[in-house]
Every structure is written in structure tokens, then in C-alpha cells.
Ligand binder design. Structure first.
Ligand SMILES: *Cc1c(COP(=O)(O)O)cnc(C)c1O
Length: 374
């Protein structure tokens, strides 16, 4: 396809930094570039502590271990999300309780969370869909009132804010992704943010296979050993070096993505109105990090027609999540209320190509030739 849905950004310095990492002679994790990336996130976004991980999936699993998720615990998760948001907690025995999206936005409906809380609820996992903030104040208030934890799945939300506060820094824990489909990428990669003092010490032990190796490297203990559970969650220096080459260009990446997003938004409005198609809405409390530009079609047939219209013009537009409560894995386990909005986005949401260097004017022109009848 001439216009794919995504093209991973390359700054051109990735191989240079990888070569440097190799020449430094320390290629395993938690070295020079890992520390450079972590300090960047901590100083730039004010996160208390960050740990690079091999993926957002791994960062979410670290969160499950840190929260000591056990069989019998319930975790509230939106149904309209990626598998990992729920799977990380299911792996540790949690019962996932699915919540619906808002009617105006794919994000979790804060007003519907309260009715799902029980004495067994241990955590709420929110997903900032398309990098747009969930309504965090009522969610944090609810969590505090019930003594439960909030994890932000901020996989798509780099450099995005809620009422001026950086996403990933509001919940007790947060998880970012640097998968090649995200604004900032290193192929596969992620980041855990630790925003609550209670988790600071244990997080780096879990990260380093259950050992106190990080403390050993800092000279705080004279030998290291097995002190807790953990796994190998840290990426090699090669990934961190690659990521650093991207981090240096983050402002440039964001400017270009926002330009493309605004072009879509400004130029497609009247076309969309005429066909009953909705453009993304941004609540007042959120800013846009231009992770994604999506349309909400009137129905699944209209979406299929638009996909094939674009395919015929060498443009790949793709739908997104399938409600997790209806997945092959979960459908027989689900006994909750119908989740109408999650099902609506499953059937009607369509993502247009958005990547650095995209000829957005051409895509807009082709989209506008769709009159809904094809
Ligand atoms: C991309 C994504 C993930 C998974 O990220 P990986 O780094 O591939 O593990 C999880 N949740 C959401 C919402 C995502 O968009």
C-alpha cells in the first residue's frame, strides 16, 4: 500500500547511538542510555521515578506485581482497549470487571466506575485513548475514598496532559509504550512510572529479576541476591540507545503530528457532518498529543465502505479494538451489563493514517471523495 496506516519515525541517529552503546562495552540493561532516557522522563515530565521496560505490556505486569494482585482481587478496566490492559492483571489471578466507554469518547466513563466498585476491588486501570486524558479528578477521588489504586495505561499518551499535569504521573503507577506504532518508538519498548513512594524501592527489585542488583550498583549493599519476586523487565542498552535518538527529536515529532491532526480535523468537518460521521472530541481538561486521528462512522457498513474506498486509492485505514468482554477468551466469563459505547466504537471507529512526513492533503482529498454510496 502506498499510504500505510503507520510508518515508524526515524531520526537518523538511531544507529549512531547504538554503535556508541556497543563501543561502551555494556550492552545489557540499566546502563548509560537507559539512565539518560529515564532522567529525561523524570525531569521533563516530573515523574517521581521511571523504569524503562521491554514493552508497555511488561510495565503493566510490573504494576500488577507491585499492587500484589492475587486471586480474588477485582480490577476495573475499560472493555474498549488493548488486550494487555486486562491481561497483565488476569495473569496474576485478578477478576477483570469491564467498564463502558463514554458516549462522546472511547475513554472510560468515570461516572460508571462507582457502581462497579466492591469490597474486592483492588485497582482501576484507565486508558488514555488516542492520548486524550480520562477525567482523572473524579477517578482519583473515588479511588482514594475506597482505598484502591489507579494505574494509567498511558501507552498512547506521551507528552499529553490533564489540566496541565502530565499523563502517566497522576495515578499511583503509569505505563507507556514505545512500540513502533506509537509517537515515540524503539520497535518494542515501554516505561513504568512510579508516582507513589510506597512502590519506589520494590519497583527496581521486580525490574531486576527479584534481586537488589540496582542497590548493589549504587554501592548501597555489598552483594546482591534474591530478595523478592520479579522478572527480566529491563530492555538492553541497544533499545535504550535507539530510543534516545528519538527522544532528542520529540518536540519535532509532536509538531509534525499535530500539524497533520489539525489538517484532518479542520478540513474534514463539513464532509463528516454531511455523512453523519463524527470527528474526535477533545474535552476541556485534555490536550492533544496527536497520537491518532479517528472517525466514528454511523454504522459498520459505512465504515466498511469507507475502508474499501480508501483501499482502492492505496490508503490503509484501520478499525481498532474489539470489546474485550466479547473476546474469544472472555465472552463466556462476562456476566455484566451490556457495554453499548464500547460496542459502538468496536463497530464504527476508523483510524486514518498518521505518521511523520505523511502527505495529509492528499489523504484528505481522497477521503472527501467518499460520498457514502459506494
Ligand atoms: C500499544 C498499547 C499497549 C501495548 O503496548 P506494548 O508496548 O506493545 O506492550 C497497551 N495498551 C494500549 C492502550 C496500547 O495502545
Amino acid at each position: 500500500m502506498k499510504y500505510p496506516f503507520n510508518k515508524p519515525y526515524l531520526s537518523g541517529k538511531e544507529l549512531h547511538y547504538i554503535e556508541d552503546a556497543v563501543s561502551k562495552g555494556k550492552i545489557s540493561g540499566n546502563g548509560h542510555y537507559t539512565k539518560k532516557c529515564q532522567s529525561y522522563f523524570e525531569s521533563q515530565y516530573g515523574f517521581k521515578k521511571t523504569l524503562l521496560t521491554t514493552s508497555c505490556t511488561d510495565a503493566l505486569e510490573m504494576a500488577a506485581i507491585l499492587l500484589d494482585i492475587q486471586p480474588g482481587d477485582q480490577v476495573i478496566v475499560p472493555s474498549f482497549t488493548f488486550v494487555s490492559t486486562a491481561n497483565a492483571f488476569v495473569l496474576h489471578g485478578a477478576e477483570v470487571v469491564f467498564a463502558d466507554s463514554q458516549s462522546e469518547h472511547p475513554n472510560i466513563d468515570a461516572a460508571k466506575i462507582k457502581g462497579l466498585i466492591t469490597p474486592k476491588t483492588k485497582a482501576i486501570v484507565v486508558v488514555h485513548y488516542a492520548g486524550v486524558a480520562c477525567d482523572m479528578d473524579p477517578i482519583m477521588e473515588l479511588a482514594d475514598a475506597h482505598g484502591i489504586f489507579v494505574v494509567e495505561d498511558a501507552a498512547q499518551a506521551i507528552a499529553s496532559t490533564y489540566k496541565g499535569r502530565y499523563l502517566g504521573g497522576i495515578g499511583h503507577l503509569g505505563a507507556f509504550s514505545f512500540h513502533e506504532t506509537k509517537n515515540l518508538q524503539c520497535g518494542e519498548g515501554g516505561l513504568l512510572t512510579i508516582n507513589d513512594d510506597r512502590f519506589l524501592k520494590r519497583s527496581e527489585i521486580i525490574w531486576e529479576k527479584g534481586t537488589n542488583r540496582s542497590a548493589f550498583f549504587r554501592g548501597e549493599v555489598d552483594k546482591y541476591g534474591w530478595v523478592d519476586v520479579g522478572s527480566s523487565f529491563l530492555p538492553s542498552e541497544l533499545n535504550a540507545a535507539y530510543l534516545w535518538a528519538q527522544l532528542e527529536q520529540l518536540d519535532k515529532i509532536q509538531q509534525e503530528r499535530k500539524r497533520i491532526w489539525r489538517a484532518y480535523h479542520d478540513q474534514l468537518q463539513s464532509w463528516a457532518d454531511a455523512l453523519g460521521i463524527k470527528l474526535p472530541k477533545l474535552p476541556d481538561y485534555a490536550v492533544n498529543n496527536a497520537h491518532m486521528f479517528y472517525l466514528v462512522c454511523q454504522n459498520q457498513e459505512q465504515r466498511a465502505a469507507l475502508i474499501s474506498h480508501l483501499k482502492n486509492r492505496d490508503i490503509l485505514a484501520v478499525f481498532h479494538y474489539q470489546s474485550l468482554h466479547r473476546s474469544a477468551f472472555f465472552k463466556d466469563l462476562y456476566h455484566g451489563e451490556p457495554l453499548e459505547n464500547s460496542d459502538l466504537y468496536t463497530a464504527c471507529l476508523l483510524r486514518l493514517p498518521l505518521y511523520y512526513g505523511l502527505d495529509v492533503d492528499y489523504i484528505i482529498q481522497q477521503v472527501k471523495q467518499f460520498d457514502g454510496i459506494q
